[in-house]
Design a protein around this ligand. Structure first.
Ligand code: TYD
Ligand code: MG
Length: 466
C-alpha cells in the first residue's frame, strides 16, 4: 500500500505541488495552494489505497447495436436547448458554471420544472439551500406544483443511494459541486480533491445508468474553494452562465460540448418571475439606441449559428495627457490598438493626441474579428463628429495592410439586418452578392481608406447641402 504523502494542490487550476508556495507556477494565481492528503485522491483512483483489488473483466461490445430511449431530453426552454445542442444527453454530465448569484439555480429550477411537466423523472439535490428556500424560489417562479423530486443533501454516496431507489431518474441536478463530499476522499468539501472525487463518482453513475447529470459550479475569485475549472475535462459539456453587472440579461455560453456545437449561446432576461427567454437578442442589444449620434456604428455579428446585431460606441476626445488613454469595454484592447494603427498608417487618420474610449452597448462582449470594420467606422465617425447613417450595419475584418477581408455568414448577417429594418450595409468585397434589399444600399470597400473617404465624403455633402 502506498504511503499517504502530503501534497499541495492549487484550488484554481488543480496543479499538484510537492511544496507550498505563495504563487501557483501553473496558473499564476496567488494563495491558492492548499495542503491535501493523497489517499483516495487524484491519480490514485477511487478504488486504490485502502481496498485495492484485482481487476475484473468487463464485457466488450460493438459500435452498432440498439440505443435505448431517445438520446436527448429537451426541456422546451428554447434558449437552454439551443445552448445544450438540442437538450440534455442521456448518460452525460454537464457542468454549468457561473458567478454566485447570476441565476444558475433559477435556470435549473425552471428547467427541472419544465422537464418534469413533460413526464420525465427529475431529481434536484441542493447542497446550498434548505428545502424551504428552494420551495420559496419555486413559488416565485410559479412552478411549485411541478413533480420535481427535491432533496437537500451533500454526501455523494447518500445521493446516489437515494436516486438508485425506484425508477432511474432522467436528469439529476446537483447544486453545487462545491458542496458535495464523498467518503472516498479525506479532504474538506470544496477542495480540489473532494470536488474531483465527487464529480468522478457522479459521472460514473451517469455513464453506467444513462441518467443525465447537471453539476452546478461556482466560479470563484478567491482560491478558497475549487473552481469549476478542475472538473471541466471530466464532463461532457461545459456551459457558463454570464451576465454583466447592472444589466438584466444573462448569456448561457457553451464552451465545450462532446455532443453538439460549442459556439452557441442562449440569451435570457432576469425578471421578478425568473428567467425569460430572449429569442431575438438583437432587439435587446439595439434597444437602447438613440437617433443619429457621432461615434455609433451597428455591427452585424454572429454568435454560433445566430446573427446578433449590436451597437458599437466610440468616443474620441482631445487628450490632456502625454500618453493618451485607450479604454475598451466589451472588446479586445490589443485589437483596438491594431485598428488605430492601421487607421494612422494607411488612412492618415491621427489619434496620437486623442483619448479613445470604445464600448459595446448593453454590456455585450464581442470576440469576432468581423467587428473591425464597425469599430473603425465608429472611431472615424467620433473623431470627425460626423454621424453615420442610422440604418446602416457594418461587418468585415481589417488586415494590417488596411485591406478589408471577407468574413463568414455574410448572407445571414444581412438577412438579420434587413429583418430589423436596416437599409444599408458596409461589407467586404467577395463572397456572395448582397441579399435582397441591400443591392443599392450596400457599399463594399476594398480597403479601409475607401470607407474613411466615404465617411469624410458625407461631410462635404453636408456642407454643400447646408
Ligand atoms: P440564483 O439562481 O440563486 O443564483 P445562483 O444559483 O447562480 O447563485 O439567483 C439569485 C439572483 O437572482 C438573486 O439575486 C435574485 C435574482 N432573482 C430574480 O431577480 N428573480 C427571480 O425570479 C429569482 C428566482 C431570482
Ligand atoms: Mg444557487
Amino acid at each position: 500500500m502506498a504511503k499517504s504523502r502530503l501534497q499541495f494542490i492549487c484550488q484554481s487550476c488543480g496543479a499538484v505541488h510537492t511544496r507550498w508556495a505563495g504563487k501557483c507556477d501553473s496558473c499564476g494565481e496567488w494563495n491558492t495552494l492548499v495542503e491535501e492528503g493523497t489517499s483516495g485522491g487524484i491519480g490514485s483512483g477511487p478504488q486504490s489505497g485502502r481496498n485495492a483489488r484485482k481487476g475484473r473483466a468487463v464485457a466488450l461490445t460493438t459500435l452498432s447495436g440498439d440505443i435505448e430511449d431517445a438520446p436527448r431530453i429537451a426541456s422546451g426552454i428554447g434558449e437552454l436547448d439551443r445552448a445544450t445542442g438540442g437538450g440534455f444527453v442521456r448518460g452525460s454530465a454537464i457542468l454549468i458554471g457561473g458567478d454566485p448569484g447570476i441565476g444558475k439555480s433559477t435556470l435549473l429550477t425552471q428547467a427541472a420544472a419544465a422537464l418534469a411537466e413533460r413526464g420525465h423523472r427529475i431529481v434536484y439535490v441542493s447542497g446550498e439551500e434548505a428545502v424551504a428556500q428552494i420551495r420559496l424560489r419555486a413559488q416565485r417562479l410559479g412552478v411549485a406544483n411541478s413533480p420535481v423530486e427535491l432533496a437537500a443533501e451533500t454526501n455523494v454516496e447518500d445521493i446516489l443511494a437515494t436516486v438508485s431507489d425506484g425508477k432511474r431518474p432522467d436528469l439529476i441536478i446537483l447544486d453545487s459541486i462545491q458542496t458535495l463530499w464523498t467518503d472516498m476522499a479525506d479532504s474538506a468539501p470544496g477542495t480540489v480533491t473532494q470536488v474531483r472525487a465527487s464529480a468522478q463518482a457522479v459521472i460514473r453513475y451517469a455513464k453506467s445508468t444513462g441518467a443525465a447529470v447537471v453539476l452546478v459550479g461556482h466560479v470563484t475569485k478567491e482560491g478558497q474553494i475549487a473552481g469549476p475549472r478542475v472538473v471541466e475535462h471530466m464532463v461532457d459539456a461545459v456551459l457558463y452562465f454570464e451576465g454583466e453587472g447592472g444589466h438584466h440579461y444573462r448569456i448561457l455560453r457553451t464552451v465545450k460540448n462532446r455532443f453538439g456545437p460549442t459556439d452557441e449561446i442562449g440569451v435570457f432576461e432576469m425578471s421578478d418571475k425568473g428567467l425569460r427567454e430572449v429569442s431575438n437578442p438583437s432587439e435587446l442589444f439595439l434597444g437602447e439606441r438613440h437617433a443619429k449620434a457621432p461615434g455609433a456604428a451597428v455591427f452585424a455579428g454572429m454568435e454560433g449559428t445566430r446573427p446578433v446585431l449590436v451597437e458599437i460606441q466610440a468616443l474620441v476626445a482631445p487628450s490632456p495627457l502625454g500618453t493618451p488613454r485607450r479604454a475598451v469595454v466589451g472588446w479586445d484592447s490589443p485589437r483596438l490598438a491594431m485598428i488605430l494603427a492601421v487607421l494612422e498608417a494607411h488612412c492618415g487618420v491621427r489619434f496620437a493626441t486623442h483619448d479613445v474610449y470604445l464600448n459595446v452597448a448593453g454590456g455585450y462582449r464581442i470576440s469576432e474579428p468581423a467587428a473591425d470594420l464597425a469599430v473603425a467606422a465608429a472611431l472615424v465617425s467620433s473623431l470627425t463628429g460626423l454621424a453615420l447613417p442610422a440604418d446602416c450595419v457594418y461587418f468585415g475584418e481589417i488586415s494590417l495592410s488596411g485591406a478589408v477581408r471577407p468574413v463568414a455568414h455574410a448572407q445571414q448577417r444581412l438577412k438579420e439586418a434587413e429583418k430589423l429594418g436596416f437599409g444599408q450595409a458596409v461589407l467586404p468585397l467577395g463572397g456572395d452578392e448582397p441579399a435582397g434589399g441591400f443591392g443599392a444600399g450596400s457599399f463594399q470597400p476594398a480597403t479601409l481608406t475607401d470607407l474613411v473617404v466615404r465617411i469624410a465624403g458625407s461631410l462635404r455633402k453636408e456642407r454643400e447641402d447646408g
